[in-house]
Write a protein that binds this ligand. Structure first.
Ligand code: NAP
Length: 313
């Protein structure tokens, strides 16, 4: 059937734990639902090697496996998953048109936005050019290319610590370069870093310059307390400095926080509804202090229940 002729009860944008959980609930409520899976199907958890804090997996579970299983769960229940990047949400009389990059439009009565967040980059010269040639945003994806090499991770959160530990399995040395003198990561992740003999933490330091043309060869780092510069030879730099909500495509449509997070609960009756009736938000694209897979899944559940109630009313 022509994409533009299909009419859904709900289009869920995003296929991380929030989107897929919303999909499970929507399908089980007997609604016609589709999940638009975006450019990174499975979301940010797919770049986590082992997820140890999602209940139900006593020995942890691979991030990709967890997300692929959630996706299968939606499909097994009769839900549809569609690969496609959403460009815009249009108003079509009482309904919405979710416009995809290929210009297809999914017509729907409601929308759940669960687009998560996009990784931040340092924004320094040559960074974009050298992606795939020494610069990376994903240790689980690219770590194996750095067997017996020297690499650096920049950032001080859970992602940076996990990436440093993961990389130490392949690399002969890992610098963890952090702009402050304490890590933001949880204690268990910090302990793993401090106990790892291959990891050297470089405190109060920022990456200022990337050197190398064909590929990354060196980085210039600067101690932000002393101003002292240092050049270190490395083969790979992994940027793990957090993320920003992936909500640009909603600009002008729904109310947002200054940070770009979607405001929900505007109508007190539905804690996950945005400022536009019929559009709901869940997961890391909504302002929340937690940013955990399990919390995103819980919000996805709430958004689907709110959406179902709103449709009935
Ligand atoms: P994050 O917690 O926001 O940490 C980002 C880190 O990057 C911070 O240490 C920050 O420094 C640093 N940073 C930010 N901008 C920078 C810049 N321009 N230059 C240099 N450094 C910069 O991000 P995350 O580690 O990606 O984690 C995101 C969320 O997911 C967190 O809530 C985290 O707990 C969660 N997460 C959980 C797990 C897990 O539970 N296993 C795994 C991964 C992520 P400052 O500390 O100085 O601000």
């Amino acid at each position: 059937m022509n994409e533009s002729k299909r009419k859904y009860d709900v289009v869920i944008i995003g296929s991380g734990p929030a989107g897929l959980t919303a999909g499970i609930y929507a399908v089980r409520a007997g609604l016609k639902a589709v999940v638009a899976s975006g450019d990174q199907p499975g979301g940010q958890l797919t770049i986590t090697a082992v997820v140890e804090n999602y209940p139900g997996f006593p020995n942890g579970i691979g991030g990709i496996k967890l997300m692929m299983d959630m996706q299968k769960q939606v499909e097994n229940l009769g839900g549809e998953i569609k690969q496609g990047i959403v460009k815009k949400i249009l108003k079509i009389q009482k309904n919405f048109g979710v416009k995809l990059k290929n210009n297809g439009i999914l017509e729907t009565k409601t929308v759940i936005v669960a687009t998560g967040s996009k990784a931040r980059w340092l924004g320094i010269e040559k960074e974009k050019e050298l992606i795939g040639r020494g610069v990376s945003g994903c240790a689980t994806c690219d770590g194996m290319f750095f067997g017996d090499k020297v690499v650096a991770v920049t950032g001080g959160g859970n992602t940076a610590c996990e990436e440093a530990v993961f990389l130490s399995r392949f690399a002969k040395k890992v610098y963890l370069i952090h702009r402050r003198n304490e890590l933001r990561a949880t204690k268990i992740e910090q302990k793993r870093v401090f106990e790892n003999k291959k990891i050297e933490v470089v405190w109060s330091t920022e990456v200022k310059e990337l050197l190398g043309d064909e590929k990354l060869e060196k980085i210039k780092i600067v101690n932000n307390k002393t101003g002292k510069e240092r050049i270190i030879e490395i083969d790979g730099l992994f940027v793990a400095i957090g993320s920003d909500p992936a909500t640009k495509f909603l600009t002008g449509l729904v109310e947002m926080e200054k940070t770009g997070h979607i405001k929900v609960g505007v109508d007190k009756k539905y804690s996950t509804m945005t400022s536009v009736d019929g559009i709901f938000g869940a997961g890391d694209c909504v302002n929340n202090a937690y940013k955990q897979g399990i919390v995103a899944a819980g919000m996805g559940c709430k958004a689907a229940l709110d959406m179902e109630r709103w449709l009935k009313e």
